[in-house]
Design a protein around this ligand. Structure first.
Ligand SMILES: [Zn+2]
Length: 365
């Protein structure tokens, strides 16, 4: 049986590691272009510039806010003109994805520094492109993963806790969607698509185990302003286990419904992992998983603060029309079909409305 596995070259997670960025850059290049989230720019551009050894010729650029064709073209032109040999992305998923596309376009190496533990962008070779208005356009598979992923828990824990919780929602999808792909016999995103390796499946399962055992403790610790072992475990689950798990096993209808939800302006205030979390409930309903599994998931969401209803996704009026639209959009995306369940617009519509009903019942009960 054929199989494939892919990953970033190195993953380093240690408190204060941002101060050692220069050491990790040494092996990658001499002309780094730093692409930094706008609201972190002042904080990092000066201090990182000062901390780099004299052997580096660095340039700093502020990320424009959306991973769109226009922004990718803009940053690529800057990187090309500067003749960067390594791109350093510092920020959230969209910043890192724009940095990854830039590195690919100019043939540079890539170092990812996630500042939140919310998405799988830091480790994967997948880039998600949006319109300038924030509507998802397409996912692209690059031939390489980032060379180095540098995670500083002090930076992650300093971000609003909502980002960590959203990342937990995204991480929780990893095993449920891996299982959907394994059951359906559908392929991963490595080298054009293969069945998952035993390694990939073990990682996806471990991701689920860590999230269920550590997430609530981690959230409370971060809220108390401290970094504990549970926080370190959840940062690894949200970033490395979730990133490797999804790329090596595949996503499914939780992400397919997430992607479709982005057509509604109502949900634009929600984070990726929050929408994916609701998508998981829909996937569990779609696949008719046991009631206990759905109940456990909803109870977990209520405790940690992830959405269980359409109202919590800010979908409050014209619900029927909007759900129909989302269901139709979801079935157009190939990933929604990576399940053994039947997938047509009325199946997805029913799954969304039933998940919402279970969520509302849990809120009352
Ligand atoms: Zn995701």
């Amino acid at each position: 049986m054929s199989r494939s596995y892919g990953s970033p070259g190195r993953y380093i997670q240690r408190r204060g590691e941002i101060g050692r960025l220069g050491e990790h850059l040494e092996t990658l290049g001499r002309k780094p272009l730093f692409l930094v989230d706008a609201f972190l720019y002042e904080k990092y551009a000066q201090s990182l510039g000062d901390s780099l050894a004299s052997g580096f010729d660095a340039r700093f650029e502020k990320f424009g806010g959306e991973c769109s064709e226009r922004e990718i073209d803009r940053v690529t032109a800057i990187a090309r003109e500067f003749a960067a040999d390594v791109i350093v992305g510092i920020g959230g998923g969209k910043t890192l994805d724009t940095a990854k596309m830039t590195a690919f376009h100019i043939g540079a190496r890539m170092l990812a520094v996630p500042t939140i533990a919310s998405t799988d962008a830091p480790t994967s070779a997948v880039v998600v492109i949006y319109s300038d208005a924030g509507v998802l356009q397409e996912a692209r598979n690059l031939p390489r993963n980032p060379d180095v992923v540098l995670v500083d828990p002090e930076i992650i824990a300093a971000a609003p806790v909502r980002f960590l919780v959203a990342g937990i929602g995204d991480a929780l999808s990893t095993w449920y969607e891996a299982r959907a792909n394994i059951d359906a016999g559908t392929f991963n995103y490595i080298a054009g698509g293969f069945p998952a390796t035993r390694a990939g499946i073990a990682i996806a399962k471990e991701c689920h185990a860590v999230v269920m055992a550590q997430a609530i403790k981690a959230k409370q610790a971060v809220e108390a302003g401290v970094i504990t072992q549970a926080v370190e475990d959840i940062i690894e689950a949200n970033t490395l286990l979730s990133g490797l798990g999804f790329e090596n096993c595949g996503v499914s209808a939780a992400h397919g419904i997430h992607d479709a939800l982005t057509i509604l302006p109502d949900v634009h205030g929600l984070l990726h992992g929050e929408k994916v979390a609701f998508g998981i409930l829909c996937l569990l309903v779609l696949e008719n998983r046991p009631e206990s599994e759905i109940d456990d998931t909803i109870r977990f969401y209520c405790t940690i603060g992830l959405p269980t209803t359409l109202a919590e996704l800010n979908i409050r009026d014209d619900v029927g029309v909007k759900v129909r639209k989302v269901a139709e959009a979801a079935t157009k995306g190939a990933i929604t079909h990576a399940t053994r369940a039947s997938v047509n617009p009325s199946d997805i519509e029913a799954a969304i409305l039933a998940a919402d009903a279970y969520g509302r019942a849990a809120a009352v009960g």
